[in-house]
Write a protein that binds this ligand. Sequence first.
Ligand code: TNX
Length: 535
Amino acid sequence: MFSGKFYFGLILFLMVIMNSRLQPQTIIPNPVEMLKSGGGNVAINSSIKIQFDKELSKSAQFLSDYLTQVYNLNLNKTTRCTSDKAIGIRLKINKKGKKEAYKLIVNKSGVLIEGTETGVFYGVQSLIQLLPSESGARLLQVPYVTVNDYPRFQYRGMMLDVSRHFFDVSFIKKTLDYMAYHKLNYFQWHLCDDQGWRLEIKSYPKLTQIGAWRDGTIIGLYPGIGNDRLHYGGYYTQEQIKEIVEYASDRYITVIPEIEMPGHCLAAISSYPYLGCTGSNYQVSQIWGYSKDVLCVGNDSVFKFLKKVIDEVTDIFPSKYIHIGGDECPVDHWKQCSKCQARMKEKHITTERGLQTYLTHEMENYLKKKGRQIIAWDETLDDDSTTTAYIMSWRGDGKPGAINGTRTNHHVIMSPSYGFYLDYPQHAKEDSLVADWGGVTSVKKVYHVEPVFDKIDPKKAKYVIGAQANIWTEYMSNPRKIEYMIFPRLSAMSEVVWSPKEKRNWENFKQRMKDQYKRYTLWGAYYNPADINAE
Ligand code: TNX
């Protein structure tokens, strides 16, 4: 019926279409839809202006700073968004559609990014990944494309522990940039633990005079082969915290402070010994793991302390979410402590674990009155399902915590230690010192974490609001080590939380990673250069 010519033409046509869809995409996390249109390029050079609607000044600023820092290219900016023929980079607000959605079109008129305020910011992130990944590139060609994109999950988090090791303001900012490049939007800041208290609290100055410092650190893997006996520490002033919160907000990242309680509090207890049950002989911890010295739940002064700390924390952190920790709290001292035992009698609490539940409720109510929502580690649900806490599920593969949480209508953030703990080794042949408590967490393993796994009742899937990668820093004492541990795994994680489930494809990801390795270098970031398939 049809001639050979027709079939030939049809096949050719299909090949062109297929090819336009199968072009290696270089954007990470993989967008919802990306189509190459026509095979042309537009060159970004100094004659081009960034035109933006006034609500989009943060995105315009981010883009122009990036072009200056990475390519030494300075573009003029204007809030007059024209639709004339001149080539331009146009950022346009469009409030319709999904909250974080954007559309990016590159064609002969230049670049158009249109979307919600946050969406346009993510469009800018995609655009910068279409620029050359070679450092020193002179010609900034961007291929003609159309990208339609929005995130799968509303909560896309990363946690950084600054207690075990301290990182200065400039590195925190760098970390926030890495998050932004990956379209992550919640930065959980683990500000205190047994090994150091890191934020200035004006009503309790000893927290940073004493609690921010330790007189040594174990050498080698826990329990260590000695102690370096070096005075070590540091903290952030409230002014610095405000600066970081603002820097994050310019990148559409919310900073969630984590104030651990009632366990992992030895740095606070060493500063104010009345906070503990035994009252004396405390020191800021020099070893890893966790301590039996926890907050005394029988002492009213402890609650006065916690509430005053929270008052200052909520003054400097506008985040709706406040993380109150709640993991790994041994009850040994509560069993012996007369005040804790009296509190149990007074409140008709039958087990020591109930004391932690009591404390959680006190603090969640206090925060609720301030309009804040608590997040807590999954232990919080073990003895009590009445809490309104959002549950961060970390133990094991995170599944028991998530099943338990969603079943009882709790919002859940998946943060499985087997999968999203970036302090675990990336491959078996790891030669640097890394945590040995969780086994190998390869890039591939990270990539295959599924936050809404099959045991979650589909009717309850909406309670899984997202996921988070955690960077515990027992074995990361400098920024280079953090970069080595998080890259490329953070890139893999970003696809889990951003890309549609059906678009997640390991082989395709590995192809796109080839460009991403160069981009790490472009960003000045170190990374683990091992074969991405290493397990
Ligand atoms: C468990 S995760 C902890 C941290 C450690 C981490 C090391 C969690 C809530 N507690 O205190 O740093 O393991 O991987």
